[in-house]
Design a protein around this ligand. Sequence first.
Ligand SMILES: Nc1ccn([C@@H]2O[C@H](COP(=O)(O)OP(=O)(O)OP(=O)(O)O)[C@@H](O)[C@H]2O)c(=O)n1
Ligand SMILES: C[C@](O)(CO)[C@H](O)COP(=O)(O)O
Length: 250
Amino acid sequence: MSDVSRSSPAGIRTAAVIPAAGRGVRLGPGAPKALRALNGTPMLIHAVHAMAASRAVSLVVVVAPPGGAAEVKSLLDAHALPERTDFLVVPGGDSRQESVKLGLDALPPDYDIVLVHDAARPLVPVDTVDAVIEAVRGGAVAVVPALPLADTVKQVEPAATPGEPEPVVATLERALLRAVQTPQGFDRATLIRAHETVTDNVTDDASMVEQLGLTVVVVPGHEEAFKVTRPLDLVLAEAVLARRRLNDGF
Ligand SMILES: Nc1ccn([C@@H]2O[C@H](COP(=O)(O)OP(=O)(O)OP(=O)(O)O)[C@@H](O)[C@H]2O)c(=O)n1
Ligand SMILES: C[C@](O)(CO)[C@H](O)COP(=O)(O)O
């Protein structure tokens, strides 16, 4: 058992911001991705409960899809969180980066550690969440969970026309690469500074901290923390939930 699951040092409070305002274009037509059901429960609710499973997390800020804040509030009311965990819902923005910033703007002042977690990673295990928090508590300003790659990775010259063959430029050194997941954990002041300073479009929050010249560290990720991006990921997510139910004896 990690220190995080045993105790919460006095005065150090952790909040999770969950960007959930994406459309889910790669998943195909339908409701906004975060509201799509996984075994009958919206993906977002799985993700919120995955954060609240950590005893260290006392606030979850959900950044809702356009026009969806009221629906998200009633979903959260209907799927009770542990008593120790509050929630807030704010409307999202046009990009993930903007949505995270809107979530950070809504954070009350008394939180020192902030997790940023994709609604699209609904099945991250609590041990991964706790490992990220523990590394921030240990002094890292930015922490990402990540896994080694299973495939060989090649850099290409992108084709001008989609579907055309693409020339390979290089084969990258796989042992030095990691596939990064969420939750990513931050010292709150550092993350806010990153969002105020970096204007480039980036795909995760940790790369904004890298751009400040600060060190981001990696802790082991988990294969069940995968991102639901394409239709096959929904099949996998439901299979993982079915396996968990079997293991739990339901
Ligand atoms: N304007 C946006 C775009 C994305 N996100 C969130 O960022 C996370 C990661 O994004 P991704 O998986 O790319 O979701 P989508 O943007 O919905 O997917 P797509 O690119 O296929 O449309 C998701 O939880 C998504 O809801 C967000 O809060 N606000
Ligand atoms: C934050 C993230 O999940 C880390 O892997 C990823 O960068 C999100 O990318 P997306 O294109 O917005 O899904």
